[in-house]
Design a protein around this ligand. Structure first.
Ligand code: NAD
Length: 297
């Protein structure tokens, strides 16, 4: 059955996600501050809303894909925002990557007003958003998850219920903390190998079948050659930009501080990515940290 979906935040990710919902036969009304984003939605079969309030007023389902926690708090809880304007019982899905505390605060306020909500951040990047193959990590109650699932299945391929509200965001930042740390570890090993006269391909052949094996090595190798599809082979064009990795590492450190978890390597990874981004690396793929480490040595 076709639903009426209000979609707020039609950027690099939200634009193609909204287009896939429209393509699947839902009525999509979208809102963004950027005029081009609204034009692209119309081309994809959606209609433009004039404001957040107008976009969500008649919607059965509301999806948001915004830059950060402050935007999400504002759009949901601010004057004329989603909670003030949506129908009672509307299902709320926030797919932005934001801090766990904001995700829990907004979900609690929504559910107090009778609107079930899930946090459903994604991995898979703009390619996954366009192809409808994203992975969704979903935090929320069983009923809200069950209601959200058919819509997430249009935009993604793998849908995982992580637990209660906030656990989708927790899964996303824990995963990306592993990724940031492991990319630095793999990069350091390649830089050390260069200094020791060990060829990169030889290190790859050995470590990819030995105990150093990990995704940063075998799927996303930070030096050119061993994994032809990795960004190292196209001058570190992203992929996943270092600025985005830094954002996620900062979120992991905020969460570690507020929950009292010890994540000393996560803190080091955040500090290194901040140095790399400040020295001009922000728009490059996050695996370009290898160049920074080579220089720093
Ligand atoms: P983006 O900057 O391209 O899109 C964000 C959109 O939100 C913009 O179009 C902006 O105009 C709009 N926006 C901001 N404030 C608004 C407001 N008050 N009202 C209406 N619209 C508003 O960012 P993106 O790349 O689409 O990323 C969105 C989220 O997805 C982020 O949280 C990001 O961390 C996460 N994410 C991105 C990727 C990726 O590869 N790009 C991958 C995984 C997760």
């Amino acid at each position: 059955m076709a639903s009426r979906i209000g979609f707020i935040g039609l950027g690099n990710m939200g634009g193609p996600m909204a287009a896939n919902l429209a393509k699947a036969g839902h009525t999509v009304i979208g809102f963004d501050l950027a005029e081009e984003a609204l034009g692209r939605l119309e081309e994809a079969g959606g209609t433009r809303g004039a404001s957040v309030a107008e976009t969500v007023a008649q919607a059965d389902v509301i999806v948001t894909m915004l830059p950060a926690g402050r935007h999400v708090r504002d759009i949901y809880m601010g004057a004329g925002g989603v909670l003030a304007s949506a129908k009672p019982g509307a299902l709320l899905i926030d797919s932005s990557t934001i801090d766990v505390d904001s995700a829990r605060t907004v979900a609690k306020a929504a559910e107090d007003m009778g609107m079930p909500m899930v946090d459903a951040p994604v991995s898979g990047g703009v390619g996954g958003a366009a192809g409808g193959t994203l992975t969704f990590m979903v935090g929320g109650g069983d009923e809200a998850f069950a209601a959200a699932r058919p819509f997430l299945e249009i935009m993604g391929k793998t849908i995982v219920h992580a637990g209660g509200n906030g656990t989708g965001q927790a899964a996303k930042i824990c995963n990306n903390m592993i990724l940031g740390i492991s990319m630095i570890g793999v990069s350091e090993a390649f830089v050390l190998a260069e200094k020791l006269g060990l060829e990169a391909q030889k290190l790859f052949d050995i470590s990819s079948t030995a105990s150093g094996q990990c995704w940063s090595l075998t799927s996303y190798c930070p030096v050119p050659g061993p994994v032809p599809a990795s960004p190292a082979n196209r001058d570190y064009q992203p992929g996943f930009a270092a600025a985005m990795m830094l954002k996620d590492l900062k979120l992991s450190q905020e969460a570690a501080a507020s929950s009292g978890a010890a994540t000393p390597l996560g803190a080091q990874a955040a500090a290194l990515y901040a140095l790399f981004c400040n020295s001009g690396g922000a728009p490059q793929d996050f695996s370009a940290i290898v160049k920074y480490l080579r220089g720093a040595g």
